[in-house]
Design a protein around this ligand. Structure first.
Ligand SMILES: [Zn+2]
Length: 407
């Protein structure tokens, strides 16, 4: 393993120690440990000769602009906020790798300007709304968000001021036309690469998702005196439907569907359930496949309810279309994987990322690194040195190609 790979991993772990809670990693939007991460990264970037600034959304940006390079620049980055009790690599790995990509550009003396972005908020833990940082950079920040309050009743505007920034300057965070591409390096956060014994993948699409809640309404009654054929059991209906959800997803290529939450009324051991409210989360890379599956599942619910003498209704909570990555930039990533001597794996991302937001503004692509154990949003999150090395090899070919393109 290379020295660089162990340095990357050690840096991620060091940043993980900058936390709101002793002994575990929790770093929400614009909290004091985020200030500490800024200080750390700023020193790293300045040592590399980069010009560093912080925008009004609290994103930390560093520009490497070689004298012989055009002003058109490639953006590389990810987020530095975390979920509570997080691992060391979700988000941060993409920022630390971006530093190493700048090192590569310097070492290869490429006429390529790179802007590193450490996004301030992707997870949305503090204000209950994700992608605050990337929304600002993509020029899609809704100023109504500034009035939102965190758990301590601090508004986002006040949190921004307390961090030493001016929320009135939010519009200036938006990218100019010299930003010509965005690369996000991120852990896979799933088990696919590990199962296929692969280090890396190029991401083709961030899947779309539908979230809804479904309510089966029957009749609560005595568990001892009500004969089976005279019951209108809401939970039994929901259970039959949930079995069908799993079946449909298992038999449909690329579809994942999950019922993760259920509430039963009156929720007593000796009472037939009168009401069952269940969640549904459906994801697919193709919007038509996703909406087709949702339609089918709602029809199933209707059929089950009618047959059992129940009522059913649903409420859609989220309808997020799939976001394809830029084809050309993604082909640069897959070509680079091939040039680095590895099998080319192209896959979809089942999780949302800053790349999803940036894609609305600038050609965007992602490079995934294997997640050992498929583990993420967990302190056991890890990255293998050999995979970091593989990503650095890919970086050489990718950066060369982008430099040739921009010249
Ligand atoms: Zn992430």
């Amino acid at each position: 393993m290379s020295e660089v790979a162990s340095r990357v991993i050690a840096e991620c772990r060091r940043i993980a120690s900058m936390s709101e809670e002793p002994g575990r990693t929790t770093r929400r939007f614009l909290t004091p440990p985020m200030q500490a991460v800024h200080q750390y990264l700023r020193a790293r970037m300045e040592a590399l000769g980069m010009a560093v600034r912080v925008d009004a959304a609290g994103n930390l940006l560093g520009l490497w602009q070689p004298a012989n390079a055009p002003a058109r620049r490639l953006l590389i980055g990810s987020h530095i906020d975390t979920v509570p009790d997080a691992g060391a690599f979700d988000g941060v790995l993409g920022v630390v790798m971006a530093l190493e990509f700048v090192e590569l550009v310097k070492e290869m003396q490429l006429p390529l300007a790179i802007e590193l972005i450490a996004f301030s908020d992707e997870e949305g833990v503090r204000f209950g709304v994700p992608f605050i940082g990337s929304r600002a950079v993509a020029g899609r920040f809704d100023s109504a968000l500034l009035e939102r309050k965190d758990a301590d009743r601090i508004t986002m505007a006040d949190a921004i001021r307390a961090f030493g920034l001016d929320p009135a300057l939010m519009e200036e965070a938006a990218l100019d036309e010299n930003a010509v591409g965005f690369l996000e390096i991120h852990i896979e956060q799933g088990p696919v690469l590990e199962a296929e014994k692969l280090s890396l993948a190029a991401v083709t699409t961030i899947v779309g998702q539908t979230r809804l809640s479904l309510e089966f309404e029957g009749e609560a009654n005595h568990a001892g005196t009500t004969p089976m054929k005279l019951r209108r059991d809401a939970l039994a209906a929901a259970a039959e439907w949930i079995g069908g959800v799993e079946q449909l997803a298992r038999s449909t290529d690329g579809l994942v569907a999950t019922v993760g939450k259920i509430a039963v009324e009156p929720n007593a051991g000796n009472v037939i359930p009168g009401k069952a409210t269940v969640s549904l989360d459906v994801r697919h890379a193709w919007d038509s496949a996703r909406s087709g599956a949702v339609k089918q599942l709602l029809e199933n619910a209707q059929e089950i309810a009618e047959r059992r003498g129940l009522a059913v209704q649903h409420q859609v909570q989220l309808e997020q279309p799939a976001v394809p990555m830029d084809e050309r930039l993604t082909s640069f990533v897959s070509d680079a994987i091939e040039a680095a001597g590895m099998p080319v794996k192209r896959m979809t991302s089942g999780a949302g990322h800053d790349a999803m937001v940036l894609a609305s503004r600038v050609p965007t692509t992602m490079l995934f690194l294997r997640s050992p154990g498929g583990l993420s949003h967990h302190p056991g999150e890890a990255v293998l040195e050999e995979d970091v090395d593989a990503a650095l090899r890919v970086g050489r070919f990718f950066l060369n190609r982008v430099a040739a393109e921009i010249r």
